[in-house]
Each structure stands twice: as C-alpha cells, then as structure tokens.
Design a protein around this ligand. Sequence first.
Ligand SMILES: [Zn+2]
Length: 298
Amino acid sequence: MDELIRATAQEGMIRILAADTKTLVEEARKIHDTAPTGSALLGRMLTGGLLMGSVLKNAKDRLTLQIKGDGPAQGCLVTSGRNLAVKGYLGNPSVDLPKKENGKLDVSGAVGKEGRLTVIMDMGLKEPYVSSVPIFTGEIAEDIAYYYTVSEQTPSAVILGVLVDVNHTIKASGGILLQMMPGHDPMLADLLTYRVEEMRPLTSLLAEGKSMEEILEDLLFGMDLKIQERKTPRYECDCSRGRVEAALISLGQRELQNLYEEGKEEELTCHFCGKHYRFSHEDIGIILSESAAKTTKL
Ligand SMILES: [Zn+2]
C-alpha cells in the first residue's frame, strides 16, 4: 500500500519526507496510458510533487510542480496538497525513448535540456507564489534539489525512482526528500550526501519488498530517526462540472459569445483524469447569460 512518512533525524536537524507511490503511479499510468519513459517521468513528478505539497500549511493550499523542456515529453505538470491527493499529466503520454547505457529510462531525454522547473504555491492569497529555476539535469530529483537550494536556500537531497515492469505496469515507485535545517553541522550534510550517493537504487529496494521505514532506517543509521507521521497518499482528481464551467467563464464574454454563435456542442476533457464534460448549445447560452449577469453586477 502507498505510504507517506514524515520524519526527523539528528535532533530535528534533518527533515525527512518519504513516500512509496507504486499504487498511485500505476493509477496515473492507466489513466494516461503512458509508455515506459512517460510513466517514469510522470511517476517521478507525481512523487516529487506529493512530497513537496505534503508540507503545505493549510488544507486548501495547493502546490503545482511543472517541468517544461524542449524534449519530446512536451512538459509535465502535477498538483498536490496537504491532503496527499495528487494528480498530473504529461504533454505527450506516449513518449518513449531507448534506455540509457546504465539501463535506466531516459527521463532527462524526454524532458529536454532547455527549459524550466516551476513551483507554484497557491495559498489562497490574491496572487500565488511562483518560483522557477532552469532545468538542472532533467532527471527531476536533481531539479527539485536544485530548486530548494537556489530558491529556498535549503540544502536538500532528493531521490526519486520509478521501476517499470516488462508488461509496462509499475513495479515500484517512490521518493525521499532530505532537508538540512538551519544551524546544522556541515559534516552531517557531507555524511548524508555520501550515504545517498552510496545507496542502492530506491526502486530496487522497494521491489525487493523493503518497507520505506526500513529503507530510511538504513539510510539514516545512527542518526536517531524519529517517524512522526504515516499517511496514505492517492491519485485523485477533484474536477467537476462546476469547475469546468468556471473555466469556460474565464474565457471571457467575447469568447463565450463566439462559442455560442458557432452553435456547436462543446466537449471538454479533464487533463488530469480524462473525464469528459459535454456542453450543449443551450448550456453555453445559459453560462453566457449567467456570466453576463455577473459582469453587470460588478
Ligand atoms: Zn478530472
């Protein structure tokens, strides 16, 4: 079962977030029908976004993680929050590249070298907080670590992995985010970096049946690991007809009027879950008159 663990080590000097995401990434693979390289990219993004979003303060806060490069994946976007509901999509779900020399799926090749990683935090304020960094390696984990180091001045190590089986289903998926808190001993950061580099691939350990807690215990051996919380993350889309209507209204009066005058039926598909929403000519008329009424009131 999927699990998200929040923990600390070395008397709070190391903050740890770790997640086993096999089930939710498999769910995403089925929804988007991703090819292996696409599954690895989407799975790493979903896991990374999940870890990053899990520390938001309020229930309604949302984190969006987007990577947009010049590679054939045509970008990937995920959103998550404190409730551990995560969702995402790829520009090109069928992206698939030959494996790299080390046998790993070529995620950076799919992403591309030129582009940006963007983090948007919507905390219910007038404007969301937006921060972006250039793509560092395109392997996602290093990009997120780079983001934390540059944008938030928090030295971080990120491990993300997705293992795709021969039948293209997800065999293992997970991630670990380690952050050094202010005032830490630099020697401690060096030791942790060394351990992360020496660690066997996370997905190999998970595929062998090790639990995330066992993996953390090995990684943080002798560092007084304290598990604070365990929760179950999930892939979940919260789209609704109301939200799709709101998106239609946001097109503006003129666009809506054009749509209405075309006299056609509109079908909109949710990027995140593939659900279809159909709007008849009459429906569009109603939305148009409602949005007109709203505009007049303002
Ligand atoms: Zn949806």
